[in-house]
Design a protein around this ligand. Structure first.
Ligand code: COA
Length: 330
């Protein structure tokens, strides 16, 4: 029987600069009450000079320590904010982690990037192409936010989360038991950085064309619908009932989105992990950061059944499930 990928280690990193809602309300037409009631976010961390690769290296090193491993066969970085448009960030991270010349590549699936990364790693392991993979979701959204756009600036934060996956026998704790992935490119304009790519190399309209833009309301609606469908689909595929799920760990976009998805699925609200109050929406880093916090605070314990689901620009979405293994997040 083929080997299956299991979670063997988890690590995180946050930049040093904490940015409160109150601080943002000094430069933007917003306030703490609006941000907390509409999103659930109390604060976020923004780069004080740390790059995406810096955060990825720190989270990756912590994940390797958590797994008590010093080598892997493949490294994947999921990010919307690579250090450069070219080359990918993953080879640099691999080199700086001292992992030698192993395969390394980036995934661009925006906020679904970590789940896409897990699926890619699991596929490498199932195909026998790798025995272990380091998957890192790392972001510095503060570098692409329009400082004058109150709808995006209050939502996004920087950070990184990393997971070591290792080939194991089916039935072991931590196994990723199935995936549901999808995309809908007709929604590509809902979340976009318009300029800087092959369609529009240089900015048409000054810096605004190179900033991240988002149509909040439709994104909200599609995020709820797709995460609910995708999470339901992966439960069907793996034969888990909703009642058997101990924790729903959704992409930390907005507390109202997470509550609506949980309601749609029939997951009780006290089974929903919330981390966005502390870090905002950290895109590809949000699920591993939320998992690490839940494990560190003692909510997520070995044997718990965990459902992960994400939605992001593209549009992309994806879900997976696992039984929580006996690991310490670092
Ligand atoms: N502070 C104060 N007011 C704000 C604001 C802010 N930071 N941002 C927007 N507003 C205003 C709007 O201008 C609008 O004012 P108007 O009624 O006078 O036109 C009003 O609040 C409502 O705007 P709307 O965009 O409809 O608010 P909303 O309830 O949909 O919340 C988001 C906005 C962005 C929080 C919400 O749409 C959202 O979370 N969307 C999904 C975002 C997301 O998850 N993105 C990542 C997906 S991977």
């Amino acid at each position: 029987m083929n080997a299956i990928a299991a979670l063997a280690g988890l690590g995180t990193a946050l930049p040093s600069r904490r940015v409160t809602n109150e601080e943002l309300s000094r430069s933007l037409d917003t306030d703490d009450e609006w941000i907390q009631s509409r999103t659930g976010i109390k604060q976020r961390f923004w780069s004080a000079g740390e790059t995406t690769s810096d955060l990825a290296v720190e989270a990756g090193r912590n994940a390797l320590s958590s797994a008590a491993m010093d080598t892997v066969d493949l490294l994947i970085v999921a990010t919307t904010t690579p250090d450069h448009p070219c080359p990918a960030t993953a080879p640099d991270v691999t080199s700086r982690l001292g992992l030698g010349t192993v395969a390394a590549y980036d995934i661009a699936a925006v906020c679904s990037g970590f789940v896409y990364g897990l699926a890619s790693a699991a596929a490498h392991i199932a195909a026998g192409l790798a025995g272990s993979v380091l998957v890192i979701g790392a972001e510095t959204y503060s570098t692409i936010l329009d400082p004058d756009d109150r709808t995006t600036s209050v939502i996004f934060g920087d950070g990184a989360g990393a997971a070591v996956l290792r080939a194991t026998a089916p039935g072991s704790p931590g196994c990723l038991l199935g995936f549901d992935l999808g995309s809908d490119g007709s929604l590509k304009d809902l979340i976009t950085i318009p300029d800087g790519g092959s369609r529009q190399r240089t900015s048409r309209s000054g810096p605004t064309g190179t900033y991240f833009t988002m149509q909040g309301r439709p994104v909200f609606r599609h995020a709820v619908d797709r995460m609910t469908e995708s999470a339901g689909a992966v439960l069907d595929k793996t034969g888990w009932s909703v009642e058997s799920v101990d924790w729903f760990v959704g992409h930390q976009a907005n507390a109202r989105i997470l509550r609506a998805v949980a309601d749609g699925l029939g997951v009780k609200s006290d089974r929903v992990i919330i981390d966005l109050d502390r870090v905002g929406n950290t895109s590809a880093a949000s699920i591993p950061l939320a998992l690490a916090r839940a494990a560190t605070e003692g909510n997520l314990v070995p044997g718990d059944r965990v459902l992960l689901s994400a939605f992001g620009g593209g549009a992309t979405w994806g879900s997976t499930v696992l039984v929580w293994p006996d690991i310490s997040a670092l």
